[in-house]
Ligand binder design. Sequence first.
Ligand SMILES: [Zn+2]
Length: 249
Amino acid sequence: MCPAKIRPGVEPSPEATEKALQGPRKFVDIRPNTTAMVRFLPPPTQQLFVQSLNHYRLKDQDGRGIALACLRAHGTDETSRDCWICELVEYLTDLNVSAYNQIAKDLKAGPKNYGMVTMGEKQPDETWQYQKVQLLGINGKGGTAINEVLKRQKLVGQVLFTDIEKGQSVLVTRTGSGFNQTYTAEKSGVVESLDVIRPTWEDEYIPDILAALELKIYTRDMQRAYVKLAFGDRLDWDAIDAAVSTGGK
Ligand SMILES: [Zn+2]
């Protein structure tokens, strides 16, 4: 009988594979049902979070998901500051036809908040290693939970967790999903200098968070074209064009 051969290969880790597939990303979020060690950098402005307002659920020519910036929030003189998609949503909502109600819901602008962070990752030897500076994307509940910690620190006159020298990480826990999703946040209690935990943070600093989001701020005409790509014959375009003009306002 042949001796059992030792064959090459190890059991793959989906987590390690996912990380390798993603590479060094600019964005990070807190995965459901996890607690993350989040060190906030001192923000470029007084706001810890910068908010984007996008219309999601759209598709590009190749059928990939795309989000277009809401012009009411992000429009410029070049694009118009009136948002064609918002006007379409209002028009469809007013019609109150069941076939359109879901589309109106899908097209409604949604906010997301971004804060500049370095995320701690627990190493096998139980130490924490802080990663490249990234933008943490979080919903309003999460942002509020984190801001509550900041508020309490300010209230009692503590050094804020964003302080370069005497700041600390915030433990952010995300539980549940969908509408039942909740976030809690608390100080880690371990005061550490940013220069020690992430010595390259100044080189990685993101001075303009909104610019780094690279929002797709398109004209009203282009907004209409993208909605047509995604929803095509599910909508009555003659009626829409009569009601919602793409002309500049
Ligand atoms: Zn809009």
